[in-house]
Design a protein around this ligand. Structure first.
Ligand SMILES: NC(=O)c1ccc[n+]([C@@H]2O[C@H](COP(=O)([O-])OP(=O)(O)OC[C@H]3O[C@@H](n4cnc5c(N)ncnc54)[C@H](OP(=O)(O)O)[C@@H]3O)[C@@H](O)[C@H]2O)c1
Length: 270
């Protein structure tokens, strides 16, 4: 699997698993548990190692399902990302949020911990807690999500360890983090762009050109949309799927090699 390399040499695969809407959306929906567990385990069997979740997803229940699904898999080979939600960005609540995620995931260390998005809390207060948690070994790497360039620079100043990612919406049809300068800033500063909603939550429009490139590669248009993302420097993506066929297709998207001409055509199609 193609990967990007973090500052300490750790490889991060360009395809990870998203978990929004697994086991419920904003609130737990136990009727969805078996489906979610099956999907996460199917992804792990395929070879996915990076799982992206958040305390916000199903109010913590998605983290519990991830914790259950990884039982029996080698923890040292997995890379778990989770996020603190804005109401919890105060110093004390950030610490409580980290401890809550550790408990629900059933692990000693969170690989990557993100601020899900900003609220009015001074970033210095949140990073005081985050830096302490890194020093305590509860978190390996820090990152942010939905941050603009100024917020990223402030985070880089406040963090005692490098900010390894900004997780932002990015797809063939969603380019606002290119135009606001975030993606170029990440690429110029060796920061991973984690592209979320890479297939627009399953509603990606398929224009003629995307369909033609897909036919050339004997792939689906959604695979091409993801191949276009991860062939860009410093870009990884985290598609969510409950469907084992889609999980495999999304994984295989990293093996599709688009020509420079195809990359340019897709770039222009946005
Ligand atoms: N940081 C943030 O603020 C933020 C915001 C949004 C999302 N995220 C993260 O990013 C992850 C991905 O984003 P997302 O879940 O919003 O959207 P997404 O991955 O673009 O789309 C997921 C939807 O697309 C369908 N799908 C996936 N692969 C497919 C394929 N190969 N062919 C056809 N349909 C396919 C899935 O349906 P099936 O189950 O039928 O395959 C699912 O309904 C989330 O799960 C979450 O972890 C983060």
């Amino acid at each position: 699997m193609l990967s990007v390399t973090l500052y300490d040499g750790t490889p991060l695969p360009v395809i990870g698993l998203g978990t929004w809407a697994m086991g419920g959306r904003s609130y737990p929906d136990p009727s969805q548990d078996a489906r979610a567990l099956k999907a996460i385990r199917a992804a792990l069997e395929i070879g996915y190692t990076h799982i992206d979740t958040a305390e916000m997803y199903a109010s913590g229940h998605t983290e519990e399902l991830v914790g259950q699904a990884i039982q029996g898999f080698d923890r040292s080979k997995l890379f778990l990302t989770t996020k603190v939600r804005p109401p919890n960005l105060s110093y004390q609540r950030t610490h409580a949020s980290i401890d809550g995620s550790l408990q629900r995931l059933g692990v000693d260390t969170i690989d990557l911990f993100l601020i899900h998005w900003r609220d009015g809390t001074p970033l210095a207060e949140t990073f005081r807690a985050l830096n302490e948690a890194v020093r305590a070994g509860k978190i390996r790497y820090l990152g942010v999500s939905n941050f603009d360039v100024d917020e990223m620079k402030e985070s880089q100043d406040l963090s005692e360890t490098p900010i390894v990612t900004n997780q932002v919406p990015y797809s063939i049809t969603t380019r606002r983090y290119v135009t606001n300068g975030v993606i170029p800033y990440c690429q110029a500063n060796n920061i991973v762009v984690t592209a979320y909603s890479p297939v627009e939550e399953g509603r990606l429009g398929v224009q003629k050109m995307l369909a033609e490139v897909a036919a050339t590669h004997d792939a689906t248009p959604y695979q091409i949309a993801m191949a276009w993302l991860v062939q860009q420097p410093w870009v990884i993506t985290i598609p969510m799927s409950h469907n084992p066929v889609h999980l495999q297709q999304n994984w295989d998207a990293a093996n599709i090699t688009l020509t420079p001409d195809e990359m340019a055509q897709l770039e222009a199609a946005g």
